[in-house]
Design a binder for this molecule. Structure first.
Ligand code: HEC
Length: 112
């Protein structure tokens, strides 16, 4: 029984794939300050940043933002804006996790 539990616990740590819980934690720690807890932008950030942070809850965002584009923008940043590159801070799996969290929980978009 103990070995069984140990293996289950280890496998959750070792699976190297995007995870929504990990994505949520990253979002709340690192992205919420600008994009807002619900993805509809922190009003203060919107008032001081030009261009303002992306509002993920708008239909326009759902139309424009493919998963590939989002992963690219988070990795490389958006030059000339406050959206910095995260590739030195987050691993590729962490970036995929936070993008999946935004798409599923804030944009209500499909996973592609
Ligand atoms: C300092 C404020 C700030 C923080 C922190 C921030 N962003 Fe952004 N983000 C922006 C701004 C500003 C834009 C709009 C850039 C533009 O208009 O091109 C943006 C745009 C985006 C976009 C859309 C890019 C596109 O292709 O149009 C995504 C996706 C995104 N952010 C994800 C994230 C994620 C994930 C995090 C946390 C890891 C994060 N952002 C943290 C300010 C921020």
């Amino acid at each position: 029984m103990k070995t069984y539990m140990f293996l289950i616990i280890m496998s959750t740590f070792l699976t190297d794939k995007p995870n929504l819980d990990v994505g949520k934690k990253i979002y709340l720690e690192k992205c919420k300050v600008c994009h807002g807890e619900k993805g509809n932008v922190n009003p203060f950030a919107a008032s001081v940043l030009s261009p303002p942070p992306r509002n993920f809850t708008l239909e326009k965002s759902k139309q424009e933002l493919s998963k590939t584009r989002m992963i690219h923008s988070v990795t490389e940043g958006r030059p000339g804006t406050a959206m910095m590159p995260w590739s030195n801070i987050l691993t590729s799996i962490e970036i995929q996790s936070v993008v999946s969290f935004i798409r599923k929980n804030l944009m209500n978009a499909n996973s592609n």
